[in-house]
Design a protein around this ligand. Structure first.
Ligand SMILES: Cc1ncc(COP(=O)(O)O)c(C=O)c1O
Length: 393
């Protein structure tokens, strides 16, 4: 159900839910039920046969979860959305549904550590091989395409190196070779970037991050064409069963209402912090797509509203210096995850990306000196004061 509002700020709040259908309840009720009763045995049979619409069992569908799925579809300009118990549940359901044994995947040169783990497992178990490719050059991608290539899997910006991939360019190549494009839109959210409008087939999210936004829920989402999403819903979502609980769906729905306000603030703060970090003598390099000097700035301007709230930087030194710096922080929390109201900081080489073998990690640009910062929505001056005192220790 799409209401077709002109502005995303209004869509975030009103899409996917009609209070008139729920006794006037302003916020969507939490349907905390595992199953749904049928009036008759025939009605149960008709629902199972797909001849009558209606809920059957909360692993298959739930009214609260459905509100979130409809909202995401509207925001991503997709035909259908699906909700999962985590970002990894969403990514694994999508990738397993879209591939079969001996297929081939082409992936951006970097990505989240557990997605790397999933792709390695798919290779070991089903010989679904993945090539990691620098997608800034068409020739690099075309050189790796094989008859078995089924999916381009893209993170942009890439976690944690913040490299930006030109979606228009990559999607153009995918179309030419009849390959599906899956984009992890976690870092940007549909408020900043909408890959489906650019021709991507599926968008996946860790809704644990900016969409939820308050560090209180683990959730995942996927959206795309109705036919593809229905295929995923009927197979890897239903039968592997990593679905979202109604309460957790409700938390993400609540988070979405303030997403535009939060994203604007995250982006403004991140730009201020990136500028300050660039000037500090103990900082070697700063990676932030919203920085006008960043390599990916022009691509960012083309496909994103702003640079988002996450950045990374290399500190002068190695692992010891990076860990020492983290330990000197006073209010900024050392924690993985990102997109929360609180500023969070972590060391990818020993935390989020520790599962990636050292050599591959170096190729991805994840050095021991690299630090990822999820800039919160506190006053940027306070965030900088803490970073600066820890750098100066
Ligand atoms: C880009 C990206 N995708 C997916 C995930 C996995 O999400 P979740 O932790 O909700 O399973 C993460 C988690 O950090 C992430 O950063």
């Amino acid at each position: 159900m799409s209401k077709k509002f002109k502005h995303m700020e209004t869509e975030m709040i009103h899409e996917g839910y009609d209070s008139k259908e729920m006794l006037g309840s302003l916020t969507p009720p939490i349907f905390q039920t595992s199953t749904f009763t049928f009036d008759t045995a025939e009605q149960g049979a008709a629902r199972f046969a797909g001849e009558e619409e209606g809920h059957v069992y909360s692993r298959i569908s739930n009214p609260t979860v459905q509100v979130l799925e409809q909202k995401l579809a509207a925001l991503e300009k997709a035909e259908k959305g699906l909700a999962f118990a985590s970002g990894m549940a969403a990514i694994s359901a999508v990738l397993i549904a879209l591939t079969k044994a001996n297929d081939h995947i082409i992936c951006s040169s970097g990505l989240y550590g557990c997605t790397f783990g999933l792709l390695s497992m798919m290779d070991e178990k089903y010989n679904i091989q993945t090539d990691y490719v620098d997608m800034s050059d068409v020739k690099n991608i075309e050189a790796k395409i094989r008859p078995e290539t089924k999916v381009f899997y893209i993170e942009t910006p890439i976690n944690p190196t913040m490299e930006v991939i030109d979606l228009e360019l990559v999607i153009h190549i995918a179309r030419k070779h009849n390959v599906l494009v899956v984009v992890d839109n976690t870092f940007s959210t549909p408020y900043l970037q909408r890959p489906i409008e650019l021709g991507a087939d599926v968008v996946v999210h860790s809704a644990t991050k900016y969409l939820g936004g308050h560090g209180d829920v683990i959730a995942g989402l996927a959206a795309g064409k109705k036919e593809l999403m229905e295929q995923i819903a009927a197979t890897t979502q239903k039968d592997i069963g990593g679905v979202l609980s109604p309460f957790d769906a409700w938390l993400v729905i609540r988070g979405l209402k303030t997403l535009p306000l939060r994203m604007d603030r995250h982006s403004d703060n991140a730009l201020q912090i990136a500028e300050k970090l660039k000037q500090h003598p103990k900082v070697k390099r700063v990676f932030y797509p919203g920085d006008p000097d960043a390599a990916g700035y022009s691509v960012m301007k083309k496909q994103m509203k702003s640079g988002g709230g996450t950045l990374s930087f290399e500190i002068d030194g190695g692992k010891e210096e990076a860990q020492g710096f983290l330990n000197n922080l006073q209010f900024i929390s050392i924690a993985v995850s990102l997109g929360d109201t609180e500023t969070l900081i972590q060391h990818p080489a020993t935390m989020t990306h520790a599962v990636i073998p050292e050599e591959r990690r170096q190729e991805m640009g994840i050095t021991d000196a690299l630090i990822r910062l999820s800039v919160g929505i506190e006053a940027w001056q306070d965030i900088w004061e803490d970073l600066e005192q820890a750098l100066n220790c």
